[in-house]
Design a protein around this ligand. Structure first.
Ligand code: PEP
Ligand code: MG
Length: 582
């Protein structure tokens, strides 16, 4: 049994079988096999090695055809790879692993190749130490050939699992079989990293920032993921199993008690009503969110249309998604956020020129304004869909007035084009912006005169205010919504919205954290937008308090100068109205 401590980012407890996802989406299957399977496992190994040599020969030949004989450098690499795979002593070591330890061929290949890699790493000769990359390449090629034969993928799981990964890329979570995935645990990440947000949206436990968990768990191991306490237990003993089964039962009982609340209005005891909406990544998420009590969609993260696909979506792809979302919503509002690609929502591996500081780089609205044809494709689809329901547009990461004006200009161009083409759209569409950088808060009064609503993206606002990477587990302790500087920015944004008679929502993860419900309510927030599973508990708090009490709480909180005081006070106040909270 091994107990690992990380950052709990989605509450609850799950006990299930692990699948380990490596960086290339390869699931290393179960480590142990029966003695009787040893011969067939060796056969699988032989075939995969032969296939890998054939791949390499093919690659080398086609390169020679294209470049003539001028392939000496690259050709040398192929020779090295083939040499390793033909080396009898290497293969013997892998076969010995299978025979002696009764492991799968995949596991044996990984073990021997990692041994090799470590040997090269320890060499002082630079040429030789660089060969470590080739060893990894060889390992991946053989694994691909081995796993290709079994083809376990995350989209077609046959039973419930928990996913163990270094990190879950947005493109990987987009391709998950959501029915069978019951928990996540990752080596890296923070509270608002993508894995955390997806886990909360799915209502499954997750722990991130666990260091080298992927090296310690094997596919098939039993794993407990305790997202409430931020703990992962590998191959638990009987006591741990009993304890966690009990914790799981308690959480399920608590959640059951909230079900009846979901569809009631978010109204305080003294009759003050606020809006509660959901954040989604795909239109299919809508049905569940409505069942959880969402009154509309406050944040549709449309970049997932890109992240879930190998090719760039067409205008029709956009339109089909928006039309689908509106049909599911039956007249309720849909806030479509324009593409927020880049930084955490883009694989740097995919980028042609990886950026040194992607969070400060060509992301989000900047990327759209650098690629007007791409931006227009999306805006055309949104405007065409605007006649199908209550559509609103929201621009992300606005830092300067000029950016907002440019985005609006492109939207105007799109409207003119549609008019010329005789296509219907709603000219009076509501236009809003995300407030997620301090500059936007500082100039909020100017922005408020040019938009119909603000939505505060606390995930990025905290990151950019406190200079803390939201995805980095090493600084996760600094990422805190309760920081007084962050709270002042939120307060000022809401005040500016009120002064200028525009609505203000929060759509960052803070909106769904019950610890902050009283505070946000007391600061005058009119709409909360969160992951569907968070809605019932937040509604429960709103329905258990008065606006006057929430205002008193907010006044007191704004007088504190440390996040510790803020969190302590909010926990006490919330427990006074709901003793079983947290
Ligand atoms: C935010 O930054 O708070 C937000 C809601 O946007 P995202 O998490 O998609 O960056
Ligand atoms: Mg953001």
């Amino acid at each position: 049994m091994e107990i690992k401590k990380g950052i709990g980012v989605s509450p609850g407890v799950v006990i299930s079988t692990a699948v380990v996802l490596d960086a290339e989406d390869l699931l290393i299957p179960k480590r142990q096999i029966d003695v009787a399977q040893v011969p067939s496992e060796i056969e699988r190994l032989d075939k995969a090695v032969a296939d890998s040599i054939a791949d390499l020969t093919g690659l080398r030949d086609s390169l020679t055809l294209q470049a003539g004989d001028d392939v000496s450098g690259v050709g040398g690499i192929f020779d090295f790879h083939m040499g390793v795979l033909r080396d009898k002593s290497t293969i013997r070591q892998i076969v010995d692993e299978i025979k002696k330890n009764h492991t799968t061929a995949e596991y044996a290949v990984s073990t021997v190749m990692r041994r090799y890699a470590n040997m090269f790493l320890g060499m002082s000769d630079r040429y030789l130490s660089e060969r470590v990359k080739d060893v990894h390449d060889i390992e991946r090629r053989v694994l691909r050939n081995l796993i290709g034969q079994k083809h376990e993928d995350l989209l077609h799981l046959r039973s419930d699992v928990v996913v163990i990964a270094h990190d879950l890329l947005p493109s990987q979570t987009a391709a998950l079989d959501r029915k069978h995935v019951k928990g996540f645990a990752t080596d890296v990440g923070g509270r608002t990293s993508h894995t955390a947000i997806v886990a909360r949206a799915m209502g499954i436990p997750a722990v991130v920032g666990l260091g080298n968990l992927t090296a310690e768990v094997s596919g098939g191991d039993t794993v407990i993921i305790d997202g409430t306490r931020g703990v992962v237990i590998i191959n638990p003993d009987a006591d741990q199993l009993v304890e966690h089964q009990e914790a799981r039962r308690k959480k399920q009982d608590f959640d059951k008690g909230l079900v009846d609340l979901a569809l009631l209005p978010a109204e305080t005891k003294d009759g003050h009503v606020v809006g509660v909406q959901a954040n989604i990544e795909f239109p299919e998420d809508i049905d569940e969110a409505l069942g959880q009590g969402a009154q509309g969609i406050g944040l549709y993260r449309t970049e997932f249309l890109y992240l879930a696909s190998e090719t760039e979506p067409t205008e029709e792809d956009h339109y089909a998604s928006y039309a689908d979302a509106l049909r599911r919503l039956g007249g309720r509002p849909l806030i479509i956020r324009t593409l927020d690609l880049g930084a955490d929502k883009y694989t740097q591996a995919k980028a042609q020129n990886p950026e040194r500081n992607p969070f400060l780089g060509d992301r989000s609205i900047r990327m759209c304004l650098h690629d007007i044809p791409m931006f227009k494709r999306q805006l055309r689809a949104i405007m065409r869909a605007s006649v199908l329901g209550d559509v609103r547009i929201m621009f992300p990461m606005i830092c300067t007035i000029m950016e907002l004006r440019q985005a609006r200009m492109v939207l105007n161009d799109v409207m003119e084009e549609l008019e010329d083409e005789g296509i219907e759209f709603r000219r009076d569409i509501s236009i809003g912006m995300m407030v997620e950088v301090p500059a936007a808060v500082i100039q909020a009064d100017q922005f408020a005169k040019e938009v119909n609503f603000f939505s505060i993206g606390t995930n990025d606002l905290i990151q950019y205010t406190l200079a803390v990477d939201r995805t980095n587990e090493k600084v996760a302790g600094l990422f805190c919504p309760a920081n007084p500087a962050v709270l002042k920015l939120i307060r000022d944004t809401i005040r500016s919205g009120t002064r200028n008679s525009i609505s203000v929502s929060v759509c960052g993860e803070m909106a769904g954290d019950p610890l902050y419900t009283l505070l946000l309510l007391g600061l005058g927030l009119t709409t909360f937008s969160m992951n569907g599973p968070d809605i019932p508990e937040v509604k429960k708090i709103i329905r258990s308090t008065t606006l006057e009490h929430a205002r008193q709480v907010a006044r007191r909180v704004m007088s504190f100068d440390s996040e510790r005081q803020v969190m302590h006070f909010l926990r006490e106040e919330t427990r006074r109205i709901i003793p079983e909270a947290f």
